[in-house]
Write a protein that binds this ligand. Sequence first.
Ligand SMILES: Nc1ncnc2c1ncn2[C@@H]1O[C@H](COP(=O)(O)OP(=O)(O)OP(=O)(O)O)[C@@H](O)[C@H]1O
Length: 379
Amino acid sequence: MVRYWSIHPYVQRLVYLFFFKILFALRSIHSPGTIPLKSLTLLTTTITTLGYRIQTLLYYTRSTSGYRKTIVALYQALEIKNILKDGDIPYPAPDVPVPGGMKVEFRNVSFQYPEKDTAVLKNMSFTLNPGQLMVIVGENGCGKSSTVKLLNRLFDMSEGAILIDDLPIETYVAADVRRAQAVMSQEFVKYPLTIRENIGLGSVDHVDDIDRIHRATKLGGAFDFINELPLGFETDIEARSDAWSSMHKAKEGGPLKTKLKELEGEFEISGGQWQRLAISRTLMRAMDNDDIRLLCFDEPSSALDPKAEFELFERLRDFRGQKTLIFITHRFGHLTKFADVILYMKNGEITEQGTHAELLAKGEEYAHLYNIQAQAFST
Ligand SMILES: Nc1ncnc2c1ncn2[C@@H]1O[C@H](COP(=O)(O)OP(=O)(O)OP(=O)(O)O)[C@@H](O)[C@H]1O
């Protein structure tokens, strides 16, 4: 993609200044009288053109080496050996109820990241029955996402046991366990494609199934704002930069320029709207899919307004009973009130565990934080 004009104007100025300095140095060696004006103009043009060409060449050399590095990294990634324990039992077992949720049990699980020397999860134990809703709460860095990463088989625990449907997680084929989960992590990917494709990729087999995409976005709360965009579901996420690169020289009033203007039409996707797209993508995978037995959402509503959050959780709760649900959130109330199990975590440990009513009755940190949030609304 031709993007040389996107070089920072400051760098351009430096390059031009450098060549003009050479020109003026030449002028000071030869008095104007010895170099005719015509020759001087020609020399100026030649030098600036040369500067431009060198700048372009430098840019291409740099970007080509950048592309090369990316491709090499891609191939190196393919060579990475799997160091996770992989089992040979297919998941789910043929006799489990369909649809049905995954049963999850942590028994004294501790975990430290490979390159770290301290445990981020310590002695965690809990049971989540099929189709139940669990909410994990706790301050930043207490280990909520790490807990889910162990379930997603991104890492192996260091101590203890994680059981899925009563068997150790590592005895199952890891790919099967992952295939049985739909996960929305905090760092979701923004593909430089259309909105339709960004959602459709949640379920590659259905990427062109517009009816399913519409239903996923309705469930994820994205349908209305997408429809209000000039190009709706066909809005290209990175249209502006790509269109500008290829069509900036197009004839004014011609079809290319008209298309460019259309693509350049004002659309901004806010953080909350992106979050709705990511939720919709996850639901695209989970919806109408009995193979998905566990749904994990890591702070799905952090950028949503309270009304959108309330409505989203209301819709997502419908999956209860059909799939096991795990939510990580910093906001209490909308979800925790309905949770079968709440884990309150602190410094990698579960310090409180139970239902909303049970934890309120205990009157410890969960109750304290809930009351702070509730008070903020009531006052
Ligand atoms: N890939 C990683 N490698 C090493 N350490 C990590 C990695 N991911 C997280 N950690 C560390 O593990 C600890 C727990 O992180 P985790 O993301 O699980 O917390 P969290 O409760 O989800 O936090 P937050 O609420 O901010 O999302 C933190 O100290 C974090 O720095």
